[in-house]
Design a protein around this ligand. Structure first.
Ligand code: HSE
Length: 382
């Protein structure tokens, strides 16, 4: 199978390297921007790829979601399989591209868009077809895990930890997507789409790590707690889907605390299979490229989609999930959370709440911030 490539950055270069030594797959043309062009295997014209009858599949590894979408649509319309590692693009357009691929009888896979090297979407797609997926959760962003680990284990500052994560090639071009939890949210949206055939685009809750300070770490670490940024999705009892991203504090012997550096962890809970945990590198060129290659091998062997035929956009319902939260806030905002335990430090309060709905905790933090004040909150793992 001849495979063309769109994008020649961190992931694209690794895919190209792996294409040269894969079994039964050969590299085709690589689409690059004019300033990076060099003959003979590169092109600056996508039509060279679309019009090459020998090219059966296109791999896209670029950042710009709308550009990526155009490449995806054109490739599928031309009857070529399409593999993407772009979370942003797939989280925006998955149902439409799934329909188009099915109409054209070609494959649309995006394993590397969730979990870097881990075949979590592959596993969820299989589980959906023979089990009942109750929930999916985990550490789905390598940059923030690298930063949290460096801040908590090595005492690094937030800024230094981010700088190193960028140098190591883990962070997005604009790292706001990482630290704000947006990248993790896109990944859990995709996990929900694969697990339930619903891509939740509304009613989502997202909190990143931007509000975490060294003082917070110094306060909760002596209590044996470790912070991880956790994405969670699942089915409520009424059949609706929930999906959110938020910091969670775990007791230090929890499996999530063993996820160090840029590693990711994905956990699925199924009715028959029970609990399944995958752990591996969540970012970086070679690990991500290996999941792109996994998709290509599966296409070569006949797999065409992760998503069910009926996959549609939908609304998340985060009112059902309830957690106790650790919250640091100004004394004047304390009434916004149901405090069960309170520690005062001047004007700063640190509270443990009684169980409260995820959506309510996120709304309370939003209200505090829109009044120009600060808050950090993290769910307490039960
Ligand atoms: N910026 C992403 C991360 C890259 O840090 O996880 C892999 O999706």
């Amino acid at each position: 199978m001849k495979v063309a490539l769109v994008g020649f950055g961190t992931v694209g270069r690794s895919v190209y390297k792996m294409l040269q030594q894969a079994e039964g797959i050969t590299p085709g043309l690589v689409l690059v921007l004019p300033e990076f062009y060099s003959a003979p295997f590169q092109t600056t014209d996508y039509n060279d790829i679309l019009n090459d009858p020998e090219t059966e599949a296109v791999v896209e590894c670029i950042t710009d979601a709308e550009e990526g979408y155009k490449y995806a649509k054109a490739a599928l319309l031309a009857g070529k399989h399409f593999v993407s590692s772009s979370k942003a693009m797939v989280a925006l357009h998955a149902p439409e591209l799934n329909r188009l691929a099915r109409e054209k009888g070609v494959a649309f896979l995006f394993g590397a868009a969730c979990g870097g090297s881990m075949p979590i979407l592959h596993a969820l797609s299989q589980s959906r077809q023979m089990d009942k997926i109750l929930s999916v959760s985990g550490v789905l962003n390598g940059t923030t895990n690298y930063m949290l680990d460096a801040m908590q284990r090595k005492g690094c500052s937030y800024e230094d930890a981010l700088k190193v994560a960028q140098q190591l090639g883990y962070a997005e071009k604009d790292p706001t997507a990482d630290v704000s939890g947006r990248d993790s949210l896109r990944k859990i949206m995709l996990a929900c789409a694969v697990s339930y055939g619903i891509l939740p685009v509304e009613g989502l809750n997202r909190e990143g790590i931007e509000s975490l300070t060294a003082e917070d770490v110094n306060h909760f670490a002596p209590k044996g707690l470790v912070c991880r940024l956790i994405a969670q999705g699942g089915k409520n009892e009424d059949g609706s889907v929930y999906a959110c991203v938020e910091p969670v504090l775990f007791p230090k012997n929890a499996p999530e605390c063993a996820v160090l550096d840029n590693n990711n962890l994905a956990k699925s809970q199924c009715l028959y299979n029970g609990s399944l945990v995958l752990m591996g590198q969540g970012a970086g060129g070679d690990p991500t490229a290996s999941n792109v290659m996994r998709d290509l091998i599966l296409i070569k062997n006949g797999l065409k989609n992760f998503l069910p035929e009926s996959c549609e956009e939908g609304k998340a319902n985060n009112e059902g999930g309830r957690h106790r939260y650790y919250v640091r806030l100004n004394a004047q905002d304390i009434d916004l959370f149901p405090a069960a335990e309170t520690e005062m430090d001047g004007d700063i309060c640190r509270i443990i709440t009684s169980p409260m709905a995820v959506s309510r905790a996120h709304d309370a933090a939003k209200a505090i911030r829109s009044a120009g004040r600060k808050v950090f909150f993290a769910a307490l793992a039960e």
